[in-house]
Design a protein around this ligand. Structure first.
Ligand code: NAD
Ligand code: TDX
Length: 333
């Protein structure tokens, strides 16, 4: 099977590519990635020259390039992860989120339709459901009510994917996953940012009162859920993925400080994020029942392992923070 992974040089994508190459020895992967500020070719540099892996630098908005890749690589299935992914950036500069997440997804869906792929997995997020009050969980039937330009663009792409299933019979499956953490996450997201700041004795910026709740899942559990959805999901269906690990942001920040061995005096309460969603929590009963999938990692142990990974891979994130990593693929691609 030839699988096109879009956004394979990002956080979740690079973890997914490695998982598939290990767990599906007869699959071949083509990773199409634009290498934006968030894409880091270093994440998979050791795979270059590997027979079952090919990297193509390119934009999902480029229909001609997509046609060439689908044709020459004989793509059977698509796992679509490429996106602008950071909420704070979508508040500062929304346009690129519409271009990549909405238009790019539509261009990709057209190519998948034209070349009759056997499966199109669209990787969506729980943020499309908006914010919860203190109780309740998102199910697949919860109405979409996105709050930020990021989540609105993801909701648009999620609905476009489902519309292509309904109208054109493209074999689409949509997953909506909660907040991920683990190795190779870009250090602008809560957990890696807090770890990198704690290690360097810099202030840890907590938005608002720090009582916003996110539901955390280890990236490997998410990737196993994506593989299960690709193989076992039914056409036109949506599956929520989550690990039932709700935590307040402040609790996480304090755990990170304990794990790094730094004092809570580093915590810095800063201005809240505009339109900040209060609470996310996922009901993943359907995925567990229909996809024979269940998360394996427990939050506290996996957070400790993640902190160790960032301690051990300091040059990786320091090259990102300094901008040095960009030079790598300017030389290579
Ligand atoms: P990321 O920002 O780390 O990676 C995104 C990747 O997409 C990068 O490699 C980037 O270069 C690439 N990309 C961006 N624009 C592109 C374009 N126009 N053409 C080709 N490639 C492009 O993001 P992530 O955290 O790995 O998220 C991956 C996907 O999973 C996204 O669709 C995101 O919405 C979704 N998701 C993320 C989370 C999370 O907690 N991180 C949770 C649920 C869903
Ligand atoms: O410096 C910070 N301080 C802070 O208090 C940052 C970066 C975040 N926060 C808060 C905001 C959120 O309540 O931490 C929480 C998590 O923030 P992010 O890591 O930015 O994630 P979130 O906004 O929840 O979105 C993430 O989960 C869903 C991903 O970035 C999305 O791509 C995914 O779809």
């Amino acid at each position: 099977m030839n699988v096109l992974v879009t956004g394979g040089s990002g956080f979740i994508g690079s973890n997914l590519v490695r998982l598939i190459l290990t767990e599906r020895p007869d699959w071949r992967i083509v990773n199409l990635d634009k290498l934006t500020y968030a894409g880091n070719a270093e994440n998979l540099a050791d795979l270059e020259g590997y027979a079952r892996y090919r990297f193509v630098r390119g934009d999902i908005c480029n229909g001609e390039l997509l046609a060439d890749v689908f044709q020459t690589e004989r793509i059977d299935a698509v796992m679509h992860l490429a996106a602008e992914s950071h909420v704070d950036r979508s508040i500062l500069a929304p346009s690129v989120f519409i271009e990549t997440n909405v238009r790019g997804t539509q261009v990709l869906l057209e190519a998948a339709r034209e070349f009759r792929v056997k499966r199109f997995l669209h990787v969506s997020t729980d943020e499309v459901y908006g914010s919860l009050g203190p109780t309740g969980l998102f199910t697949e039937k919860t109405p979409l009510d996105p709050s930020s330009p990021y989540s609105a663009s993801k909701a648009a792409s999620d609905l476009l994917a489902l519309a292509y299933a309904h109208t054109f019979e493209v074999p689409v499956v949509v997953t909506r996953c909660s907040n991920n953490y683990g190795p190779y996450q870009f250090p602008e997201k809560l957990i890696p940012l807090m770890i990198a700041n704690a290690i360097r004795d810099l202030p840890l910026p907590v938005y608002g009162d720090g009582m916003n709740v996110r539901d955390w899942i280890h990236v490997e559990d998410h990737c196993r859920g994506l593989l299960a959805a690709l193989e076992e999901g039914a056409d036109g269906e949506v599956y929520n993925l989550g690990a039932s690990s709700e935590r307040h942001n402040l609790e996480i920040v304090k755990q990170v400080l304990r794990l790094v061995g730094k004092p809570e005096t580093l915590i810095d309460f800063v201005k809240d994020r505009p339109g900040h969603d209060r609470r996310y929590a996922i009901d993943s009963t359907k995925a567990r029942a229909k996809l024979a999938w269940a998360p394996r990692h427990r939050f506290e142990e996996a957070l400790a392992a993640t902190v160790r990974w960032y301690v051990d891979h300091r040059p990786w994130w320091e090259r990102i923070i300094s901008g040095e990593y960009v030079k790598y693929y300017e030389r290579q691609y």
